[in-house]
Design a protein around this ligand. Sequence first.
Ligand SMILES: Nc1ncnc2c1ncn2[C@@H]1O[C@H](COP(=O)(O)OP(=O)(O)OP(=O)(O)O)[C@@H](O)[C@H]1O
Length: 253
Amino acid sequence: MTDPILSARDLAAAYPGLLALRGVSLALAPGEALAVVGRSGCGKTTLGRMLAGLPVPGARLSGELAWPGGAAPVAQARRRGLARQVAWLPQEAIAALHPQLTIGTQVAETLRAAGQRADAAAVAGCLAEVGLPAEFAARHPHRLSGGQGQRAALACCLAQSPSVLVADEPTSALDESTGAMLLRLLAERRRARGMALVLVTHDLRAATTLCDRMLVLQDGAIAEEGPALRLAHAPRSQAAQELVAALRLGQAA
Ligand SMILES: Nc1ncnc2c1ncn2[C@@H]1O[C@H](COP(=O)(O)OP(=O)(O)OP(=O)(O)O)[C@@H](O)[C@H]1O
């Protein structure tokens, strides 16, 4: 088996009085796409942030992450080199962009931080990858629609040349057709770059069309994981059976 591009061992996150995540271990192969699904509040965003090595405000974190050439306790992983490997696309991506800087400046800064050429042509190239015309470089985030904001944030993620992208419900604030377009874009970019993807989602169709493997979280622990299509059509655990039935009815949000 190929070495994982990212692996997690025994991840846990404790808020005062609540263990939001416990005993989560997983390995992601290079280029693989993993869907993380589960009922609201089961710990999906917490897991996504931890896989990207980001802090989880208010929570005490434990467990380890390993990637090619590095390994560290989760709280130290980003500064020990994980930041160059894993990009994070948050749920409300516009809010995560810097409000006072143009999109072009933010993409250029990300390129520079990744040691890449960061001139106007390179910025235009990053914007073109997500289907935004070059003139969007001069815009500030508040002058973007929801879908354009997700694309601009994705351009910043791709500018890092990550080997893994963790996307947290990237379509939840978008209408159906804009959301479908963003998912197509993610699938295309993943194929073109050979990038692995962790997709936190409530959308069973997105999970099965975009992802090879699916992981069902329940109360902060892995209830089941397996090939995405098998899990969607023949879930084995009670938690996965209930979740799949609810997602099919659109009731799990
Ligand atoms: N700052 C906090 N203090 C205490 N508990 C928190 C805090 N933030 C999140 N939680 C709790 O931790 C658990 C996991 O939260 P998380 O956001 O990871 O869930 P989720 O599966 O992503 O939810 P959703 O699908 O609704 O986005 C939830 O029960 C949530 O209420």
